[in-house]
Every structure is written in structure tokens, then in C-alpha cells.
Design a protein around this ligand. Sequence first.
Ligand code: GAP
Length: 485
Amino acid sequence: MSIQQENRFQAIISHAKEYGFVFPSSEIYDGLSAVYDYGPYGSELKKNIRDYWWKSMTQMHENIVGIDAAIFMHPTTWKASGHVDNFSDPMIDNKDSKKRYRVDHLLEAHAEKLREIGEEKEADELLQIMDALLAKEDYAGLKKLIDDNKIACGISGTANWTDIRQFNLMFKTEFGAVASDNPDDNIVYLRPETAQGIFVNFLNVQKTARLKIPFGIAQVGKAFRNEIVARQFIFRMREFEQMEMQFFIRPGTQKEWYEYWKEERLKWHLSLGIPREKYQFHNHSKLAHYADAALDIEYQFPIGFKEVEGIHSRTDFDLGNHQKYSGKKLTYFDNEINQHYVPYVIETSIGLDRMFLLILSHSYDEETILKEDGSKDSRVVLRIPEKIAPIKLAVLPLVKKDGLPEIARSIVSDCRPYFKCFYEEKDAIGRRYRRQDAIGTPFCVTVDHQTKEDGTVTLRYRDTMQQERIHQDEIKNKLQHLLLF
Ligand code: GAP
């Protein structure tokens, strides 16, 4: 990461805290590593992203329905899904600092350093070799790669490494109050993905919603992973939220649906006005234990191109295994071809917190403004896509007397049932505009003395700072139109 990018990333983190978007969890106790809380504007923005995804999946697709499954699931779920045996990452410990690293992250960080000193070709080669070794699960080869490149621990500065080992990422906890001789009897896991709640409910949903293949089940909810290298703000957290959709299809049609969802999901990102060149697809060379094809949709964060969403062709792995472990049939009767089968699945899985970071990264702008008198001013503005902005309209009386607050309050009452409004009368109008810019409010309305005469107000646009006069009765309809889904 260049110093400029590092500074931008740090500026976004500070801004998120200063303006009530994201706080470190339990900060008064010095925080909890890789766990974060969302503040007043953050929780609003997060909810709007969640709603936007939910609406585009369930309301805009007549063959996709939603569910809300519990976080705790029967422990056998995770045996069947492969997470007990396979949900682990190759790790390596530095013997001097005792610090544990994910092997791929250690190598990627080294490749990044090579790029910073202009050794692009060497960086690409290193990552290619790494991908090939990961795909073969060749841990001795990966260890040799780390040794050969003399990669040192960031804390101890030494290259004194242990062998590479697997480390399971699931959190365990105890269920119920009954003590048992075998402690394993009471163990439940905090779900590491929301997908399994969909798979185990597959038949309940298909029957009750009377769905025919192809159809999808969508879910948003918390997931938990004991990430080893949990850093980079809300990019990699130990408690996070996923928005997942499992699309159930006829076996043999997975290639075409995989392509369909790859494009469909990219379109969703672009519908928020984020430029295409900020995205790239990354095909997996090392496939997860359940997939026959997989790719990441990557976004160019200030920390580089990184995964924001995964598209996975999960075959019949999950339903097949749940059928085996539960002893219950999970087949579908396809009356078009007169056959019973276990459906195949294409999954789209996006991290809500990561999408939130994407929106902040896309929106954050430090702008220099040339004023009419030739002098310069500056502002920090969050150019959040209007339809997901935490606050849509700020209504500001120019002064807090002469009946202007009353008019402003009546505008708020009129608009509040339709979109989120904010009222403020304190401070000079310029400072109030800056505060709204900083939290990404796309529209401000100012009520002044002319409003009393002819009913018009000033409508100010966040991105251009342009202003126009419109009648106060037009505000609601005009904004509803501009904020349309
Ligand atoms: N059900 C498939 C699945 O969970 P994944 O690639 O492991 O696949 C999907 O995760 C998405 O969840 C990722 O693209 C990312 O956006 C988000 N995600 C995964 N781990 C995360 C973490 N530790 N913190 C924040 N988001 C995470």
C-alpha cells in the first residue's frame, strides 16, 4: 500500500469514528480486536445497504424468497457441511514474537512490498507460485517459499518460523446448563456462514412457498469466524454480517446459472453508481471444499483490489451431505422431466460490513473548493449513493426566529414518513452544510425570509453544491423521484 493510500485509508477510519459511523467495540475497555460497533449514521447506512440488497433479491425476483434462520444450529450441521473438518486456514507462527499469520496473507503482504519497490514481475510470480502450492495443499512447498523469500515477522523482525499447520476458524460455545461427562455433548458453534440455515430449511421453504426450480432463498445475518489475521478495520472481522442467496437449480445447468449470477451481481454493484473499472473478477484456483467453480468480485479498496463478494457453484455438496447425515430425504421432484434429484446450488455471498467499507471508500472525498472571490476552501464530503444515504434531507432554517423554524419543522413533518429527514437550526448555514456533507446527506433545504413571502426554499445538492429555488410543496415529490430504487 502506498503512503497516499495508507493515509486515505486512515482518514476514512478516523472520519467513520468522528462522524458516528463505526466505533471500536467496547472502546472504554480499549476495544476488542476485529470487533466493531455501528453508530447512529453507520447503523442507518448499514440498514440501507441491507434493505437495498434484500429488495433487489426478493422483491425484484419473483422466484427468490427470504428466511431468517437462527444463529445456533444443530452441531451435526457443521459436520455435514464440512466446516468441522475443512474450515481451516494454513497458519504459521513466528517462534520469537509468538505471532500467528495466515500463510497466504503473509505472502500477499510480501508481494505488496515487492510492488512498492517496483518489482511487479517478481510479485506476480510469487503469487502465482503461492496459488499453485495452495491448490495442491503443499505446505512444505509454501514453507520453503517463505524461507526462500526471507520473509520476516513484522513484530520480531526474524524469519524464525514454525511448520505450517491448519487452524479451524469456528467459535465454539456451550449449550444448555446440563453438565455432561463428555464436554463435546454440549458444544454448539456460532455459525461461520449463514448459508447452512438455508440448506437445512430447503424443503420447508420449497413446500410452504410452493416454489419450482429454479428458485432462490435469501438470508441476511450474523456470522462468526475466529480470524487469525484480523486487521484492516471492518474488512476482516470476527463478528460480521453476510447477505447470502442460494439458488437451487437442475443438475447440469450450473455453468449457465453461475455466469448469470456473476453478471447479475456485478450489475447490482454498478446500479449504485460505482464505476466498472473499480471492479474485477478473480477466479479461484484453490476451491473451497464444497465448490466446483468459484470467483470473487473484487473492489479496489484503498488497501488494493480485495474480495467483496463470492459467487460459488456449490454442486449438490451441502444438500447431499445433509441428506446423508440427517437420514432425511432432501430431493425435489421436477415434473417437467419427471425426475427426483438433489438440486445443485449457485451461491451469491456478500459481506454487509465489507460492502459498507466499499461504500465509504467510494464516497470519501477531500475536496478543494475555489470560491467566487478566488480564495480556496476545503470540505470532506461523503458522496454516498443517494438511495442508501443515512439521511436523505436536512431542513435548515436560516435563523432560529421570525417564524422560520416553524416552516422548517412543517416541511420535516411532511417529508418524514417518506424518507429520513434531519432538522438543525444551530450554527451558521455554511457550517451546517459542511456537517451534512460529512455524513453524506444528498439534499439540504434552507428556509429563509423569502419563504415567508412566496413559499419557496433553497434546495442544495451535496455533490455539486449547486442550489435552486423550488416551492416547498414540491420538495417531497421531487426527492421521492430522485431517491427512487
Ligand atoms: N457461504 C460462503 C461464504 O461464506 P466466503 O467467501 O467465506 O463464502 C463470503 O464469505 C463473503 O463474506 C466474503 O466475500 C466477504 O465479503 C464476507 N466475509 C467473509 N469473512 C469475513 C470477515 N472475517 N469479515 C468481514 N466479512 C467477511
